[in-house]
Every structure is written in C-alpha cells, then in structure tokens.
Design a protein around this ligand. Structure first.
Ligand code: ADP
Length: 329
C-alpha cells in the first residue's frame, strides 16, 4: 500500500539509449500501478520535459515491450536543460500535470541534470543506470551492458569463422570511450589474443611483440579487441601501424559501432531492469530522493548522487584483465 504523499510519477529515458530501457519503463509503470500511483511517460528526455511532452501511461501501454531494444519514450540530449531557464520550463510542465516524483533512466549526464532539477524544484527523483558502457560508480552492472557484450561476442565468433588462412590478424573495435568493460569481457569470451582498453596503457611495441609471438606460435588467426577509447589508437590506426612495421600479417578491421546498442535485451538486462524499476518506485514511495538505484554484490541498493558524481568511477576488473592475458597465450 502507498502511504507516501506521491501520487504521480514521471518516467523518462535520456542520454544514449541502451537495450533493456523498455523493460525498466515497464517495471516502473507496473510497480506504480501496484502501489496505486499514476505513471506519466515523458518523451525525449529533458527536451520533451521542456516542451511539455508527457502523458499518462497505463499498465497495458507497456505490454509487449520487455523484449524490445531502444526505448518507447525515446532519448534526447538537451542543451537548454543545462540552463536555469530551461529547467524552469520543465519544472512548470511537471507541476502543471501534478507530477510529484520522477524516475530517470540514463547515464551520468542524466543524473547530473536530475540533481540540478531536484535542487531547483524539490521534486523527489531517483535514477536508474542505463548505459551499455557499465561505467557508472555505485552499481556492478548498468542496463544494456550485458546485451551489448553478448552482441560483441557473437560478432567476434562470426569474424573468427572467416579466419581460416594463416597469419590473419583481426582488429575488432568495440564500444567504450572511457570504459573497457565490453572490451575485456568480449575478449575473454571471444578468445582474443589481446585487449586494449582506455584504463590501461599498453605500448604499441609490446602489442607488436605479442602479435609476433602468436604468429610464430603457429596460431591460425589472431583477434585483438580494441575499446574505442584506446590510448594508442583505434582498430584502424593500429592496423595501419602494424602494416607499416611488417607485411607478415594479413590484417582485417571490423568496427562494431552502434550495432552494439540495438537488439533484443538479454534475460540478464530484462531482469536487472525489472528489479531496478521496482526499487526506484519503492525508493520514492519510502521518501528517498537524489540517489541512484544500483546492484552491488547481488543486492539492490540506493546510493546518493553526491557519492556517484564525486569523481568516483566504476573501476575496471583487474582480475578479469589478468585472466584475459593468461588465457590468450
Ligand atoms: P548520459 O545520460 O548518457 O550520460 P548525456 O551526458 O548526454 O547522456 O546527458 C543527458 C542530458 O542530461 C544532457 O543532454 C543534458 O540535457 C542533461 N545534463 C547533463 N549534464 C547536466 C548538467 N550538469 N546540468 C543540467 N543538465 C545536464
């Protein structure tokens, strides 16, 4: 039973989209319904909030979406929300419709925006981490990361199937401008010889030496997974550097790009999003605000925005990195 004063919760998706966001929207709507609270869907994130794009969502309106990638509420970036005037328009629209609680699904930019909105309006708000990069402090997993990594692994498997000739060297670039999570785990699961991530400096010389060794070890093909935020260059750049040094390798490059953002979410992302949606709604109804739902050591938690935004990062898993290196020989 809902004993809080909240009667209408607005939900929106913002920043970059991620598979599983729809499952989170569905969970928010149905958890609200269970607690006798109305849900309002705000389309196009903060931009839609400023433009007054919001309407009531019933439990039936989120049927048949749990398995769909993307987001039915659409994502957008909004420069005007960064201004006090922009936020004032958004707040006026929320008040006009009586929205007295918010759930935001997005990345750290979205959280920063929400923090400002709470400061300006006092409207309680909780966020849910939705980003394929898994780069948010305060949670072991973000919605979309598992799906994106599975997509990368499937692509790596397909690329490996074509690698029948000797000395073929593949550079496969995966998403992760600041985070090597997708790269490390797709490298382990895809059996790569090396992984290059933004968090760790790898010199080109050491990479080249490793590739020479694997060539001499009679490997039929070598796959190198490169995160897009690699400090020594992306897949194209690395391929060019190797070609300049030697004609020994037959080099191929694949950049997976936005392929990793789409597709049906995995069971893991659907379940994670469902738990997070319920936790966000129940957190608001228990009087929590200015915090993010996370999963830590298998349990749902609520961490204050201040802690998450205070320069903290989701540290890369050093043991996974060590594992990738040991098993690649
Ligand atoms: P993500 O949420 O995926 O990190 P962005 O960084 O693009 O994506 O942030 C999403 C939106 O959040 C931005 O377009 C902007 O409207 C809002 N936002 C980000 N930072 C701030 C801020 N410091 N103040 C107010 N709004 C912000």
């Amino acid at each position: 039973m809902n004993k809080s004063s909240i009667t209408k919760i607005g939900v929106f998706t913002s920043g970059g989209d991620a598979p599983g966001m729809n499952a989170a929207i569905r969970a928010v709507v149905r958890s609200c319904s269970y607690h006798n609270v109305e849900t309002w869907g705000i389309t196009r994130g903060y931009e839609g909030m400023i433009d007054g794009e919001m309407s009531k969502l019933g439990t039936r309106s989120v049927g048949n979406i749990i398995q769909r990638g993307g987001t039915i509420l659409k994502c957008a970036r909004s420069d005007s929300f960064k201004t006090k005037e922009g936020r004032a328009k958004a707040i006026a629209n929320l008040r006009k419709h009586g929205i007295d609680g918010l759930v935001a699904i997005g990345g750290d930019g979205t959280f920063r925006g929400l923090h400002e909105l709470i400061k300006d309006s006092g409207i309680p708000a909780i966020s849910i981490p939705g980003t394929i990069d898994n780069d948010i402090a305060g949670t072991d997993y973000t919605i979309g990361y598992d799906t994106a990594t599975n997509t990368a692994v499937e692509a790596i498997d397909r690329i490996r199937d074509t690698a029948l000739s000797h000395n073929r060297l593949f550079f496969i670039e995966v998403m992760g401008r600041h985070s090597g999570y997708i790269a490390i785990n797709s490298a382990i699961a895809g059996g790569a010889v090396a992984v290059i991530i933004p968090e760790e400096h790898t010199s080109f010389d050491s990479l080249y030496t490793l590739l020479e060794q694997t060539g001499k070890a009679n490997k039929k093909s070598s796959l190198v997974v490169v995160a897009e935020g690699s400090r020594i260059g992306g897949a194209m750049e690395l391929a060019r550097m190797v070609t300049e040094r030697s004609s020994y390798f037959d080099i191929k490059v694949t950049i997976l790009g936005h392929l990793q953002r789409g597709g049906s979410p995995t069971y893991f992302d659907r379940v994670l999003a469902s738990h997070m949606g319920l936790a966000a709604v129940e957190g608001l109804l228990q009087g929590k605000t200015d915090c993010m739902v996370g999963v830590q050591h298998g349990k749902m938690v609520l961490n204050p925005f201040e802690d998450i935004m205070n320069g903290q990062t989701h540290e890369i898993d050093r043991e996974a990195l060590r594992l990738a290196k040991i098993l690649s020989t």
